[in-house]
Design a protein around this ligand. Sequence first.
Ligand code: NAG
Ligand code: NAG
Ligand code: NAG
Ligand code: NAG
Ligand code: NAG
Ligand code: NAG
Ligand code: NAG
Length: 471
Amino acid sequence: MALKNQFFDEIKKQLIFLVLNSTSHGFPKIFSSSNKIIKYIWIFFSILSTCICAFLIIQNIKKYYDFEVTTKIRLKPQFKAIFPSITICNVNFFTSKESIELVQDLTNVTNYPNDPELFLFESGTNLLKSKTQNGKNYSDSISKLILKCFHLLIPCNLSEFDFYFSPTYGNCYTFNPGFDSNKNLRSFDQLISTSKTFKIQGLRLILNVSVPEELKFIMPSNGAAIYIHNQTDPAAFMRPIMAAPGVSTNIGLTKTRTVQNPKPYSQCDPDTQDPSKYNSELFKMVHDYYKSYKRVICFDYCYQRLSLKECGCNQPIFPSNLKKIPCLNKTKCISKQAELFSDGNYVSDFCVPECPLECEMISFTKTISVNKYSNDAFDMMMSKKLNLSNRKISEDIAQVNVYYESLDHTEIVEFATMDFVDLLSSIGGIAGLFLGISVLSLVEILEIVLEILFLYKNSIKSNSPISKVEL
Ligand SMILES: *[C@@H]1O[C@H](CO)[C@@H](O)[C@H](O)[C@H]1NC(C)=O
Ligand SMILES: *[C@@H]1O[C@H](CO)[C@@H](O)[C@H](O)[C@H]1NC(C)=O
Ligand SMILES: *[C@@H]1O[C@H](CO)[C@@H](O)[C@H](O)[C@H]1NC(C)=O
Ligand SMILES: *[C@@H]1O[C@H](CO)[C@@H](O)[C@H](O)[C@H]1NC(C)=O
Ligand SMILES: *[C@@H]1O[C@H](CO)[C@@H](O)[C@H](O)[C@H]1NC(C)=O
Ligand SMILES: *[C@@H]1O[C@H](CO)[C@@H](O)[C@H](O)[C@H]1NC(C)=O
Ligand SMILES: *[C@@H]1O[C@H](CO)[C@@H](O)[C@H](O)[C@H]1NC(C)=O
């Protein structure tokens, strides 16, 4: 028994020695002060400090796990900016000579009502389109649609436009496309950039959006659809701006780049532009076909896959590498799937896990203004010049100017309000302020543990012969 006490005495002595020599404040004072009142004062304040310290450290750890972000909005000055991709379509799908023949055939065979409204709304155009998959011959050719095109006052090279087949508008042509003819991403110096913000030095287009008389009954409207998008974003998923004939449409752009911090700071996933990053079927298919990735495309794939599985057909709203089997008379099944899809549960259960959300986005803010682009004298002069007999030019011609309002772009970037280093430094600050300890003070605890172990070992070694004698 005496021996054991001796051992504990030794430990106690060592502990007191260590505490007195500790780098922390407060606790050594408790042991060193001889005056009882002072001792109690030190005990009181040491405990108070420890509590406050613990409370504040917990608060900080909680704050770290809230994953708050700070958003930084900056105007990035630039002398030169990459011009966006501009995709130009005629809003009328059927405009060519081949279309006239096709429509005549169809109206004879299927006995379509001669009421143009009915023809339009009773899926007349859908039937036509289903018969003309990839039918490039039914829409405008580039030389018909784009009468004149200038960028920086220099005529554009029409053979550098990219072709895009829109399911809604048919043939479309992209100025300054992001991919070359082999679908490889073009490098920055192959893209057209600009250092001018004057209207006349932007992209100036004169478009012939005419529709032959024989086809005008299909759709009462005419004009051009203009998509403005970043090079890697497919036009299909953008909202177009409409340009009317007889009108000059001016589109002023400012670019905004938004970058979010990936999960857990927001809902988005990192590195979605890397095709090997995620393993889902839909993600890979989108990358295969579009060579870039956006979640909206992936959701559309998800929907098409559902209707393929459930109805054996789909409505290829957007171009894709999925099987295309048009749904002509399975409206019941399709509307059931559409309902299921818009319910939201299907999307969150089956589409969201396969479709990561991208963190980076480029958007263009557009300021649109219009002015009239025709008068009788001009019409007469032009029709004489172009030999157009009595056709009014203002019914066929739309003028469009696209230009940067400012080359500077707005950058909205998120970053973590508190990262791991911030957490460490605030814990360090709190521990230092309230207890005067640091990481090295923690080594002192290790030292105490080791000291006790050594003492224990020694006591066994040195005391065992004595204990025998005592016995
Ligand atoms: C369709 O009807 C028009 C007018 O009745 C006729 O001229 C044309 O030859 C017909 N086409 C076919 C394929 O029968
Ligand atoms: C489209 O036009 C080209 C050339 O004019 C022709 O070779 C091709 O067969 C046409 N395609 C259809 C589907 O009419
Ligand atoms: C237009 O582009 C094509 C293909 O890039 C090129 O071969 C041709 O020389 C260009 N024409 C002009 C006038 O620059
Ligand atoms: C527009 O295109 C149509 C069809 O090709 C053509 O008849 C017409 O002359 C064109 N208009 C102008 C102003 O070039
Ligand atoms: C749908 O169309 C197919 C082929 O045209 C036809 O055999 C079938 O009877 C149609 N079904 C309905 C419900 O109309
Ligand atoms: C926008 O296009 C450029 C040029 O191809 C590309 O480098 C960039 O990653 C694209 N940005 C986004 C957010 O898609
Ligand atoms: C316009 O048409 C007339 C007669 O049809 C023809 O003599 C003249 O050469 C044409 N002009 C042009 C510029 O095509």
